[in-house]
Design a protein around this ligand. Structure first.
Ligand SMILES: [Cu+2]
Length: 463
């Protein structure tokens, strides 16, 4: 296990050993640095090579390298890992260097990069460098551009990072199993000129989806669409770190989608522009303001904004099932259905049976016994009670007094007096209702005397 301090020392050690490498040990592998916890590690400034402003990988870290005769050398190890999705739930995954997602690889436009990939999985793998311009034989597609890397073997990829932007890496070998098991990582190529596209805070995460049955530890890899854990960097809220920023910082958030469906990523309180895709930087003339950016399957988006509104602002996928944790969701909608007495009757057959949801399904305040290694559907607590969220949800925390470069959680926002929604306790007039709306087609004056009772069709592929 590498603590944060050890990690920085480790990064230093890699830099120190690089001097020795070029003299004596050019043939040896670079050290494979491991991290086996899910805390956000803010990378130190680059110890050598061209300067750049590092990205902050949410609940993740950046891989140290060594310089070898002007080549940046990295060592990725594909291996089984245990990832904590949130306190109370650990999942058996496959990843890289102790974690899933694997460490972020950060290089600078024009760098010659050499990546050693050691396979410690029980089956062959390969690494595809998603979005890169590179020699065809370095593209990492098993069978098409290279043989698979067999268990126990190490392959070498080498190319020049030609284009600045936001990229990913993932296997192109038994993809359905290997990506369902969490094999993915971020790749950032910084511009050669650090002042280009400069921001004050640069965050990055990958979207992932897993199907882990309540009470179990390993994702079901044959699931095609019906996943039950929707993750930022294989973490679910409230296990996802917040994004602390200083008021008026220019902020970039890079999001990549390695799930099987699109995710409309939505930010509260600010408009942003999409400034980058996995195809590169968007020309300024092509940008428009948004508060949601849909990130389609296999895409990356970089959004940017000036964080000028202090507060705790939600950042989440707008598909409501994606802000929930593992649950059985073959459940009919009972809103409006009167089931008084039903629980009593069923209770005679099934003790402890509970009917839920005739007034909506909110279970934010409910405590129910759970199978082991299973998270409640939604368990994040905010300053005003349950946030009723899980999955792809976190908080942008904008503070006037957050120090430059400080990524520690500032705690909950303290709202100035008179700026929080409050209960109305005055007189309430009867609302005026129209009786002529809809003309003859929808005669609102004839209230239907049948109670609407709808049962959703079962099966819900495609969400
Ligand atoms: Cu989503």
């Amino acid at each position: 296990m590498i603590s944060r301090r050890d990690f920085f020392r480790g990064a230093g050690a890699v830099a120190v050993s690089s001097a020795a490498v070029s003299r004596v040990a050019a043939a040896s592998l670079p050290e494979a640095v491991l991290v086996d916890h899910a805390r956000t590690l803010v990378p130190p400034p680059p110890p050598n090579g061209r300067p750049y402003n590092p990205v902050v990988t949410l609940n993740g870290w950046s891989l140290p390298w060594r310089m070898n005769n002007g080549v940046k050398e990295f060592h990725l190890v594909a291996e089984p890992v245990v990832r904590e999705f949130a306190p109370g739930m650990k999942v058996n995954l496959w990843g890289y260097n102790g974690q899933s997602p694997g460490p972020t690889i950060e290089v600078v436009e024009g760098d010659r990069v050499r990546i050693f990939v050691t396979n410690k999985l029980p089956e062959h793998t390969s690494v595809h460098w998603h979005g890169q311009r590179l020699p065809n034989g370095m593209d990492g597609v098993t069978g098409l551009t290279q043989p698979g890397i067999k268990p126990g073997k190490t392959f070498v990829y080498e190319f020049v990072a030609r284009r600045a932007g936001t990229f990913m890496y993932h296997p192109h070998a038994d993809e359905m199993a290997q990506m369902a098991m969490g094999m993915m990582g971020l790749w950032i190529t910084h511009p050669k000129e650090p002042s280009l596209h400069a921001v004050d805070r640069d965050f990055a995460f990958l979207l992932g989806a897993y199907d882990v049955d309540p009470g179990s530890y390993t994702p079901k890899i044959n699931t095609m669409l019906d996943f039950n854990l929707w993750t930022f960097n294989s973490r679910v809220f409230p296990g996802i770190d917040s994004l602390p920023v200083r008021q008026n910082d220019r902020v970039r958030i890079r999001v990549g989608n390695l799930t099987m469906t699109n995710h409309p990523i939505h930010l509260h309180g600010h408009e942003f522009e999409v400034t980058g895709t996995d195809g590169g930087w968007t020309p300024p003339g092509s940008r428009w303001p948004e508060v949601s950016a849909d990130v389609a399957v296999g895409q990356m988006r970089a959004i940017e904004f000036v964080a000028n509104e202090p507060g705790d602002w939600a950042l989440h996928c707008h598909k409501s099932h994606h802000t929930m944790n593992a649950m059985g969701h073959d459940v009919p909608n009972l809103i409006g259905v009167d089931h008084r007495g039903l629980a009593e009757k069923i209770g005679k057959i099934v003790p402890d049976y509970m009917v839920m949801g005739d007034k909506g399904g909110s279970m934010g305040g409910m405590e129910m016994p759970l199978p082991e290694n299973t998270l409640p559907m939604m368990s994040g607590e905010g300053p005003f009670g349950s946030v009723e969220m899980g999955g792809m949800f976190t908080v942008l925390k904008v503070r006037p007094d957050q120090k430059r470069g400080d990524y520690t959680d500032p705690g909950w926002y303290k709202h100035p007096a008179g700026t929080v929604a409050y209960e109305w306790t005055g007189e309430l007039a009867e609302p005026v209702r129209s009786t002529s709306a809809g003309r003859g087609a929808m005669p609102a004056e004839h209230k239907p005397d049948v109670e609407l009772s709808v049962k959703k069709p079962s099966g819900h592929g495609g969400h």
